[in-house]
Design a protein around this ligand. Structure first.
Ligand code: URA
Length: 203
């Protein structure tokens, strides 16, 4: 299913930034955790893989520090082609790529989503501010969302790096909490509680 979506994107000639390569994303197609960056950079465009440059190396260290492997999670970007000179993605570029992110999320169905930086954070939480809201826990449909600072920003500031490390370390705790909620939900279903009462508990 992800392969079909990638193929559809690759052949969509109406998307912006067509002069660069498609960097669709990679990882476990059934991942519990989805990490979403901004847009591919130079190395990502070369290799057609997300987060393989310096920011990606930091992301790899953050993933390893919580005892996970890169291939256990799924990594992608909100804009899936490189903007020229690594400039910020434009609002219309984000809009054009958004429907594909929506469908990618629906296929992977992650439990915990960590947007990296404000562009992907604002997809889930349009009014959020990254400095105020990073590391906080939000609900989005049936997933938990924990906005994090972008690793590239953390490479430029020690304070940001420390905050990113501390917030990233919360992700396994959030995964555990989600699993406990699901477990309790299943117990309630077998005890015959109504679905609407259960839903209230989850939210
Ligand atoms: N920065 C991003 O936002 N995404 C990448 O894939 C690499 C760097």
């Amino acid at each position: 299913m992800l392969a079909a979506l990638e193929e559809e994107m690759a052949t969509n000639a109406t998307l912006p930034l067509l002069e660069s390569n498609l960097v669709f994303g990679e990882g476990n197609p059934n991942a519990t955790v989805l990490l979403i960056g901004e847009a591919p950079g130079f190395f990502e465009n070369e290799k057609r893989r997300p987060f393989v440059g310096r920011a990606g190396q930091l992301l790899d260290r953050l993933i390893a520090a919580v005892g996970w492997k890169r291939e256990d999670v799924y990594i992608t970007n909100i804009v899936k082609r490189r903007p020229p000179d690594n400039r910020d993605p434009l609002p219309e570029e984000i809009e054009a790529y958004k429907p594909y992110l929506t469908r990618q999320i629906a296929i992977i169905a992650p439990r915990v989503i960590a947007p990296l930086g404000r562009f992907s954070m604002n997809y889930f939480l349009p009014a959020a501010k990254i400095t105020r809201d990073q590391g906080k826990l939000f609900r989005f449909d049936s997933a938990f969302v924990v906005p994090l600072f972008h690793p590239a920003a953390a490479l430029r500031s020690t304070g940001t790096l420390e905050a990113l490390k501390a917030s990233f370390a919360k992700l396994p705790i959030v995964v555990k909490r989600y699993e406990e909620l699901i477990q309790r939900q299943e117990e309630r279903v077998s005890a015959g509680e109504s679905q609407s009462a259960i839903q209230e508990h989850l939210l």
